[in-house]
Unconditional design. Structure first.
Lengths: 153, 153
DNA sequence: GGTAGCGTACTCGGATAGAAGTTGTCCGAGTGCGACAGG
DNA sequence: CCTGTCGCACTCGGACAACTTCTATCCGAGTACGCTACC
């Protein structure tokens, strides 16, 4: 899985705490990440409707909607793309008595088993939101949001 | 995810049906796959203790143990490696007040959430064995094992 | 005719190229602020 | 002193390389069979 997923998730949490536009350069400086590349990843989140971007001075990135409505799956999908990790190429259709017209991703027993596992993965990710992460961190370290907000301000 | 995972899974099912050594060339011919590359992947399964290899004529690959004791997770892990898809690099330690000595993969809320999801994925995969897949296919197409055995023989 | 030795053909196994995706970098288009000149 | 205009600095956004991983291929080491020659 892309390393950008980790960056995007942590950045979303920071943005949830700050609450106003922050430039990619400053967001990257917080973790010592390459600014341009983080920018490239945040663009993925903008296209997915997770962030909104504001150009010009005082511009930057902000969460496009409430943190409680942004699941971890949303972020992961925005970065990694919508394709499942296991992709059935339908090699059963290439077997001696294979049917190339059949819908193998749906009929192949192996493909179904793999998709079921991936669905369980997605369900877990969809059940956790950015707001949940923020709440857990805040419960563990109550001063974290304020401290972060100050650093970015 | 590597495409070789799909090849390895289907090949394991075929090997379970045939029950005796089959060379990688013939296994690859069944699906029209590149023989040498399939061989390379089956070597991964040998190292993982899933298959046994027999050199020389009449040689080839065989399941090393009962199909009921080979889970889909075993095969996936053998091909993809033991590392989890999401890898916590501990960027929290690089934040302004980050602690580089902390065990971030265990303490970071995001890392924990991602690992939980991946655990659900692994659990689903571990719950399905090659024998289960064989049984499901056989229930749907009763003649499949015999037909496959004949093609390889 | 039976048997020991040898050659051959076939297998796996690891070392070697090519393609694709990820990671990293750069520069251009657009925007808001601040300075400056004029009224 | 107030206001309209201009320049500038800062932002995102997409286009352009370097590197790692995946895909594909080739050739060498080892083994079992089959043939041959000998007893």
């Amino acid at each position: 899985m892309s390393e950008g997923v980790e960056w995007a998730l942590h950045t979303c949490v920071n943005l949830a705490w700050v609450g106003r536009p922050v430039g990619s350069a400053r967001l990257a400086a917080f973790y010592g990440l390459p600014p341009a590349y983080l920018n490239k990843r945040l663009q993925n989140l903008v296209r997915a409707g997770i962030l909104t971007s504001v150009p010009g001075p005082k511009g930057g990135f902000t969460l496009a909607r409430d943190p409680a409505s942004i699941s971890l799956l949303d972020v992961v999908t925005a970065i990694e793309g919508p394709d499942p990790a296991f992709r059935c190429t339908g090699i059963l259709g290439d077997s001696p008595w294979g049917d190339k017209t059949a819908d193998h991703p749906s009929s192949c027993v192996i493909a179904v088993a793999m998709r079921r596992a991936e669905l369980a993965w997605r369900r877990e990710l969809a059940g956790q939101t950015i707001a949940d992460v923020c709440a857990t961190v805040e419960r563990r370290a109550p001063g974290e949001p304020e401290r972060t907000r100050r650093w970015f301000g």
